[in-house]
Design a protein around this ligand. Structure first.
Ligand code: FE
Length: 339
């Protein structure tokens, strides 16, 4: 919270300064992305357009609450966050306005946008296992994770976390709610321990032999792969990564995305910024900074970890459908006891 308050104070000061200089265009971004590499992304936008960016960083929930509380006088033009489940929460709260841009429609595939927000990078939810403890044939699909032969082997974060809610939404969409619930129960029955920590904690626990299998977003693996710390390199030596469901519906992918706030005081600049995010240049910054994949086909990235991970068949479920199913996924997890 301290950090949030501090940066808000700064944002307000900057807004005041901007009001004094009428000619200067500004854009206010509320961001739940915290990647150092995004600095260059923002600086480049200002260089190209002359539009100055005031950024307020915070946790997703805090930013959504803040925009709600600020109401019509909110300075927020854009909300950037990660995971369809979270974008859905913001959308359901009525925070976004319709997104209309020919350029975005031309560059971002329809499956990666909704009427109110668009995805700007993708990440996959993969299975990682301890090579010494688990046979690769046992963990080729998400459905495999419910097989009793993995009893006591699975480490995974909370079922309430957006990453798992979105995965649950994909399982419901493909297999139906009843099967999804049986699946969730099977996964819970295979837990090595009660869910705690983030994805990286699960990967480390698998490397340490506390469990045999973890579910993780791909960029956490890429981050460990690119790390120069010997302890991170040791973790990766113990692990093998699976692209789940290659023979069926494909690996579940999620997104980092953004929308324009309903009350945006600088709407024109906001549209320009989202169009900028869809440019080849910005796509490379945006995705590469967090070891993700661009959503624009022509964008090129040079990322050795992503190259090592290789190509895979991704689930083609529209991200909007996924987002809308996350509430149902929470109910399924609650009944299955995935806390
Ligand atoms: Fe994450």
């Amino acid at each position: 919270m301290t950090r949030l308050r501090h940066s808000l104070g700064l944002a307000v000061a900057l807004l005041g300064a901007a009001a004094g200089a009428q000619a200067e265009q500004t854009l206010n971004i509320y961001s739940a992305r915290h990647y150092q590499t995004d600095e260059a992304l923002y600086a480049n936008f200002t260089k190209q357009t002359g539009i100055k960016i005031n950024r307020l960083d915070g946790k997703e929930e805090e930013l959504v609450e803040r925009i709600k509380n600020e109401g019509a006088s909110s300075p927020a033009d854009i909300l950037i966050t990660v995971d369809a489940a979270r974008l859905e929460i913001a959308d359901k709260a009525g925070l976004f306005q319709p997104l209309s841009s020919k350029l975005i429609e031309a560059r971002i595939p329809p499956s990666l946008r909704t009427p109110t927000w668009a995805a700007f990078s993708t990440r996959a939810r993969v299975i990682a296992y301890n090579k010494a403890a688990v046979n690769s044939d046992w963990v080729q699909t998400y459905e495999d994770l419910a097989n009793p032969r993995l009893k006591g082997q699975i480490c995974v974060r909370s079922g309430s976390h957006p990453y798992n809610l979105s995965l649950g939404a994909a399982v419901i969409a493909h297999n139906g709610e009843a099967k999804a619930e049986d699946w969730a129960k099977g996964v819970v029955a295979n837990f090595a321990r009660a869910p705690k920590g983030g994805d990286t904690d699960q990967l480390k626990a698998v490397a340490a032999g506390e469990c045999g299998v973890a579910i993780s977003n791909s960029y956490y693996l890429a981050r460990l792969m690119r790390s120069t710390k010997p302890e991170d390199q040791d973790v990766m030596k113990k692990l093998s990564v699976v692209w789940p469901n290659q023979k069926t519906w494909g690996t579940h992918v999620n997104v980092s995305g953004a929308g324009i706030v309903k009350t945006a005081p600088n709407k024109e600049a906001a549209v320009k910024f989202l169009e900028y995010l869809a440019s080849d240049e910005a796509q490379a910054y945006f995705a590469n900074g967090n070891n993700e994949w661009p959503v624009v086909k022509t964008a090129k990235i040079a990322n050795p970890a992503l190259e090592t991970l290789g190509d895979f068949k991704a689930d083609t479920l529209p991200i909007g459908q996924l987002a809308a199913t996350t509430v149902q996924a929470q109910k399924v997890y609650d009944r299955a006891g995935w806390r």
